[in-house]
Design a protein around this ligand. Structure first.
Ligand SMILES: [Fe+2]
Length: 353
C-alpha cells in the first residue's frame, strides 16, 4: 500500500530534492502543494502519513493555526516543519501548541531527511496500530460490559433464589426450635411460656443495644432453647415443690452442659450452643458451670442471664411466690456488676421499669 506525503512550499528546489529522495522509495508518493487549501484538499482525499510544511509560505501565526488544524483532524499524520536559517520562528509555540513532530532546516543533507522520513513512517505506523488497538479494546470493552450485565442479572436471580431458600430454611429452623421448646415445657409444666417470655426480653435488650441482626437472631434462638438441657433432668427434681438439696442443685446445674451438647451439632449462623452453655455464668465469676467472668462470658449469655433471672423472679415457682416487677428490678440493679453485666442491667431496667 502506497504511503502519501504532502508538501506545502513555493520553493521548487525543496520539491525537487524531496521528489528525488522519495522516488527512491517505490512505495511512497509525494504531493507538492502551494497553498493551504491545496494541502487540505490532498489530506482530505488521501490517507497521508506525513505533511512537510515550509514555514516561509505563511507568516508565523497562520502556520501554527494550520498545524493545529492538522493535529485535530489527522492526528495520526506526522507533521514536519521546514525552517530557513534566517527564519524568525517561535519554535516553542509551534512544538507546544501544534505538537509538530520534527523541525528541520531547509538546507538539510539527504541522510538527515531520510532519517526524518523513516522516523515519520515508523511513527505513523505506530499511531495507526494504536488506533486499531484502541478500536479493538473499545469493542472488547463493550463486549465485556454486555457480558457483565448478563452475569449481574444471573447473579441477582441466583441471589434471589438463595435468599428464598435461606428464608425457608430459617422458617423451618424456627419451627424446629419451637418444637424443641415445647418438648422441654411439656416436661417442666411449671415454667410453661418461660422460654418465649425470656426470648422476648432478649429481643428487647439486644435491639436497644443495637446489635447486628444476625446476633440478635442468635440470642433469640438461644433464649428459646436455653433450658433444653432440662430434658435430661428427672421430673422429680424439676417439679419438686420445695427448695432443692445441694445434690439436686448440682444435677439441675448440668442442664447447661446437656443443652450445649444437644444444640452444638445444629448448624445455626450464630454460636447458640455457647450462649446456652454460659447462661448461668455470673459477671463476677461466681456462676456455673465454669465460673467464667466479665468478657469471658459471651454477650448473648450475659443478656440471656438477665432476661432469664427477671422472668424467674416475676413468676411463681413451686417453692416460692413471684415478686412484684418493681422489686424484681431492684434485685436486678442490686446484682449489677456481681451476678449481672451492669451495661445489660442498665439497658434492661431503663425500659422494663
Ligand atoms: Fe437455665
Amino acid at each position: 500500500m502506497s504511503k502519501y506525503i504532502v508538501v506545502l512550499t513555493n520553493d521548487t528546489d525543496i520539491i525537487k530534492r524531496l521528489s528525488q529522495l522519495i522516488e527512491e522509495k517505490s512505495s511512497c508518493k509525494l504531493f507538492a502543494t502551494h497553498s493551504v487549501e491545496d494541502s487540505l484538499r490532498v489530506m482530505a482525499t488521501r490517507r497521508c502519513c506525513a505533511a512537510i510544511i515550509d514555514s516561509d509560505v505563511y507568516p508565523d501565526e497562520t502556520a501554527i493555526e494550520f498545524l493545529e488544524k492538522m493535529k485535530l483532524v489527522w492526528s495520526d499524520m506526522v507533521r514536519i516543519l521546514l525552517i530557513g536559517n534566517m527564519t524568525e520562528f517561535d519554535l516553542d509555540a509551534i512544538i507546544n501548541a501544534a505538537e509538530v513532530d520534527r523541525v528541520i532546516l531547509k538546507d538539510w543533507n539527504q541522510s538527515q531527511i531520510k532519517e526524518v522520513l523513516h522516523e515519520a513512517f515508523a511513527k505513523n505506523d505506530m499511531r495507526n496500530n494504536l488506533k486499531k488497538m484502541s478500536h479493538i479494546v473499545q469493542i472488547q470493552n463493550e463486549e465485556l460490559a454486555s457480558l457483565n450485565k448478563v452475569l449481574k442479572e444471573k447473579i441477582l436471580l441466583q441471589t434471589d433464589e438463595v435468599m428464598k431458600i435461606n428464608s425457608q430454611l430459617s422458617l423451618s429452623l424456627l419451627a424446629s426450635v419451637q418444637a424443641l421448646t415445647h418438648a422441654v415445657e411439656a416436661k417442666d409444666i411449671l415454667t410453661r411460656g418461660h422460654s418465649d417470655r425470656v426470648a422476648g426480653f432478649c429481643l428487647d435488650i439486644a435491639g436497644q443495644m443495637r446489635l447486628p441482626s444476625e446476633q440478635i437472631e442468635g440470642i433469640y434462638m438461644a433464649a428459646k432453647l436455653h433450658d433444653i438441657g432440662k430434658i435430661g433432668i428427672s421430673e422429680q427434681i424439676l417439679l419438686k415443690p420445695a427448695p432443692l438439696t445441694r445434690e439436686e442443685e448440682e444435677i439441675v446445674r448440668e442442664h447447661c452442659i446437656i443443652g450445649y451438647k444437644i444444640v452444638e451439632p445444629i448448624p445455626f449462623n450464630c454460636n447458640i450452643a455457647r450462649i446456652i452453655l454460659q447462661h448461668h455464668e455470673w459477671f463476677d465469676g461466681n456462676g456455673y458451670p465454669y465460673g467464667l467472668k466479665g468478657d469471658q462470658i459471651s454477650l448473648g449469655a450475659r443478656i440471656l442471664h438477665v432476661a432469664d433471672a427477671y422472668d424467674a423472679m416475676i413468676c411463681d415457682r413451686p417453692y416460692r411466690k413471684s415478686l412484684p416487677r418493681a422489686q424484681a428490678v431492684d434485685q436486678l440493679q442490686a446484682g449489677a456488676g456481681k451476678q449481672f453485666d451492669p451495661e445489660v442491667i442498665s439497658v434492661f431496667c431503663a425500659f422494663v421499669s
